[in-house]
Design a protein around this ligand. Sequence first.
Ligand code: HEM
Ligand SMILES: *[C@@H]1O[C@H](CO)[C@@H](O)[C@H](O)[C@H]1NC(C)=O
Ligand SMILES: *[C@@H]1O[C@H](CO)[C@@H](O)[C@H](O)[C@H]1NC(C)=O
Ligand SMILES: *[C@@H]1O[C@H](CO)[C@@H](O)[C@H](O)[C@H]1NC(C)=O
Ligand SMILES: *[C@@H]1O[C@H](CO)[C@@H](O)[C@H](O)[C@H]1NC(C)=O
Ligand SMILES: *[C@@H]1O[C@H](CO)[C@@H](O)[C@H](O)[C@H]1NC(C)=O
Ligand SMILES: *[C@@H]1O[C@H](CO)[C@@H](O)[C@H](O)[C@H]1NC(C)=O
Length: 326
Amino acid sequence: MASPKTFPLPPMNIKFCLGLVLLLIGTASAQLSPNFYANSCPNVLSTIQSAVNSTVANELRMGASLLRLHFHDCFVNGCDGSILLDDTANFTGEKTAAPNNNSVRGFEVIDNIKNQVENLCPGIVSCADILAVVARDSVVALGGPTWTVQLGRRDSTAASLSAANSNIPSPAQNLSGLITSFSNKGFTANEMVALSGAHTIGQARCTNFRGRIYNETNIDSSFAASLKSSCSSSTAGDNNLSPLDVSTPNAFDNAYFNNLVNQKGLLHSDQQLFNNNGSTDSQVKAYGSDQGSFFTDFANAMVKMGNLSPLTGTNGQIRTNCRKLN
Ligand code: HEM
Ligand SMILES: *[C@@H]1O[C@H](CO)[C@@H](O)[C@H](O)[C@H]1NC(C)=O
Ligand SMILES: *[C@@H]1O[C@H](CO)[C@@H](O)[C@H](O)[C@H]1NC(C)=O
Ligand SMILES: *[C@@H]1O[C@H](CO)[C@@H](O)[C@H](O)[C@H]1NC(C)=O
Ligand SMILES: *[C@@H]1O[C@H](CO)[C@@H](O)[C@H](O)[C@H]1NC(C)=O
Ligand SMILES: *[C@@H]1O[C@H](CO)[C@@H](O)[C@H](O)[C@H]1NC(C)=O
Ligand SMILES: *[C@@H]1O[C@H](CO)[C@@H](O)[C@H](O)[C@H]1NC(C)=O
């Protein structure tokens, strides 16, 4: 072998190259990737999808509930599994925040999936990533679009009740309030409308639409009348459920948008997206006549939502039990 030649680069360039390599390593550890578990847990995606498929086949609404968990996780200090942490004597999590209390569900399903995944590859797959994959698989199971889920999020060691109360949008908000809530998380008004199409599945409690069906005028009168039978004007029946999409409650399709055009939005916030020459009316109409454009925009916005402030590298932890810290 020839003796080693002098390294051809001058010291300045060596430093530059080293810096570049370090930068690339740093960037790689801070970015999510679809192949994150390709070597460490190759069967994780099919394991999760099988579990979601059988769960949703058993109870169609659960697909909606699981999709919502990812949203309520991501909008509160990023997609970090914080919503899954249980309250304890000395720890207050997000489960009793106003938008979540007596409302979010599906925690046992996540526990079950986490157990399967821990048996497959212990200590590898985060709860935050499980929520992201489960959200996609739920949408697919109900007939909606698919997308590639970015992976490599880690789990938080904290949660924030106050951020859950202030960052998750409220059904009482008007259009400008909704636009602001999403803009605070980096979304455009168009992306807000696309993401709201998640309300093509799932149910809401009377307490969240009582004011609308008894007091609002931008609602189809027979639609309002039909809802009143299970949602009285008093506080009785606060938890009685009605579908967010009255036409096809368990199909992930574009019917939600046509309902809005027909003044059959269930929540005040839903109907705000199509209301008397509002700035989002034309987009609602367009999605109502072109399901493909809704699916494309929804999938892209879900990927963007999944990228909200993930913990990566050595930040956070991979919880063994999604409900508590290691
Ligand atoms: C635009 C602002 C939004 C507001 C004001 C809002 C509000 C609500 C409310 C009040 C409920 C009913 C909760 C209950 O009565 O217990 C609900 C249900 C639901 N939300 Fe939203 N939401 C919004 C956006 C989203 C987004 C972006 C997603 C997901 C990408 C989503 C997914 C769902 C699903 C799937 C349900 C039904 C859950 C179930 O049946 O368990 N929502 N939402
Ligand atoms: C889950 O259901 C979807 C939609 O029906 C299907 O495409 C997919 O192959 C199923 N996946 C598994 C692992 O069963
Ligand atoms: C908090 O409570 C748990 C039991 O719920 C206990 O194991 C832990 O030591 C407590 N931590 C602190 C800092 O008091
Ligand atoms: C959450 O709901 C429970 C049961 O309805 C109720 O007792 C509790 O006060 C609620 N918590 C908060 C923080 O609103
Ligand atoms: C929307 O709601 C906000 C806060 O409640 C209020 O300040 C604003 O005037 C409302 N905007 C419209 C157009 O109604
Ligand atoms: C309807 O509006 C009136 C007047 O603001 C109010 O007193 C009543 O409580 C509202 N009803 C419901 C069901 O929200
Ligand atoms: C909507 O705007 C158009 C044009 O600006 C106007 O002709 C129409 O009357 C408006 N409709 C409503 C319901 O305000």
